[in-house]
Ligand binder design. Structure first.
Ligand code: FES
Ligand SMILES: [Fe+2]
Length: 356
């Protein structure tokens, strides 16, 4: 059984990546081609010509249509073939799948599953990424590892102390206990770690300018399977938000990961860091972009290693879990439920399908 949750929105690309050049991306094992119409509307089609499978992403746009680069079959933005060479009759089956697409919060979201269920209201939000009160740095790293390993990694930030020492890790991260809450109804997992008096890692010392120790809060909000938010608050020790919730003396960094399975064993790791301070400071922007990319690459190297270990391990190997794993275990449980629901829905649908 595949471990994908098919009936879900996933980030396929940053909005700025999709334009009048054809972009190839594989999502949940489905090769897609992405582009924008002349009006700017984003489009996602299956990246395989119905004639002889030529990748449409290696073809060319003519207006809003794609002309296959092999023999010229031409598809409109809905995937219907509107021209075939050498004959006027277009075969009824000459169409490629088109996928629902939504542009929101600087991302292009795509729905691979049952299109009747593709409700844009279900897309989790990351509003900071498209808000002038924040400055954003972002990137995407391909992972040669299954998406579940990235989820495990992000849900347990105690690894910052060991894997990211000198960047974002300090002893207090591993030492401070977490609280985990699962909102079963909305399928959201919250993991919090509030450090009252912690060393300030270079990532925050250089960007905020705080000298000395800090109060550091990490509040994770994971919307499985596709979106992970880390609300990070940093302030000089003892500086807390006001009672009315305003927080003029705190520094806020919203760290966003869109987790998109590419294949069963590879993942697209979209990362973004939005800050509400030093908005126009280009040095801070360059520093955070470089530092965060380094941190992400430290995770990429570790997760790619884990994927290799898993590929070679004997059937039935058992891990050992401890207190720090509570958030990751909750995420695994919810993901397992979502995969089962998604597979059940797919099999009901295929048993109802009328043979054509
Ligand atoms: S493969 Fe596309 S037209 Fe032949
Ligand atoms: Fe990490």
């Amino acid at each position: 059984m595949t471990a994908f949750v098919r009936n879900q929105w996933y980030v396929a690309a940053y909005a700025r990546e999709v334009g009048r050049d054809l972009l190839a991306r594989t999502i949940l094992g489905e090769p897609l081609v992405l582009y924008r119409t002349t009006e700017g509307e984003p489009v996602a089609l299956a990246d395989r010509c119905v004639h002889r499978r030529y990748p449409l992403s290696e073809s060319r746009l003519e207006g809003d249509t794609i002309v296959c680069g092999y023999h010229g079959f031409t598809y409109d933005k809905g995937g219907a073939c509107v021209f075939v060479p050498g004959q006027t009759r277009i075969p009824r089956t000459a169409r490629v799948a088109s996928y629902p697409v939504v542009e929101q919060d600087s991302f292009i979201w795509v729905w691979i599953g049952d299109r009747d269920l593709a409700d844009p209201a279900l897309i989790p939000r990351a509003p900071w990424l498209d808000d002038s009160r924040y400055t954003v740095v972002c990137g995407m790293e391909p992972l040669a590892a299954r998406y579940q390993l990235l989820v495990d990694n992000l849900m347990d930030l105690s690894h910052e102390t060991y894997l990211h020492g000198g960047y974002i890790g300090t002893p207090e991260v591993a030492d401070t206990p977490i609280t985990t809450e699962v909102d079963e109804e909305n399928a959201v997992i919250h993991v919090s770690r509030h450090m009252a008096d912690a060393e300030c890692p270079p990532f925050y010392a250089k960007s905020t300018g705080i000298q000395g120790r800090i109060t550091r809060w990490q509040d994770i909000e994971y919307h499985p399977p596709c979106l992970y938010l880390l609300h990070s608050r940093i302030a000089p020790v003892g500086v807390l938000p006001n009672e009315d919730g305003t927080d003029p003396n705190g520094f806020h960094v919203e760290i966003v990961y869109a987790i998109t399975p590419e294949t069963e064993n590879t993942t697209l790791d979209f990362w973004a860091v939005a800050r509400d301070f030093a908005l126009d400071d280009e040095e801070v922007t360059a520093f955070l972009a470089e530092s965060n990319r380094t941190v992400v690459m430290q995770d990429v190297v570790a997760l790619d290693l884990l994927e290799k270990v898993i590929a070679n391990e004997p059937e039935g190997y058992q891990e050992l879990s401890i207190n720090i794993d509570t958030g990751a275990l909750a995420a695994r449980r919810i993901l397992k439920r979502m995969v089962a629901e998604s597979s059940a829905a797919a099999s009901v649908r295929s048993s109802q399908a009328v043979p054509s």
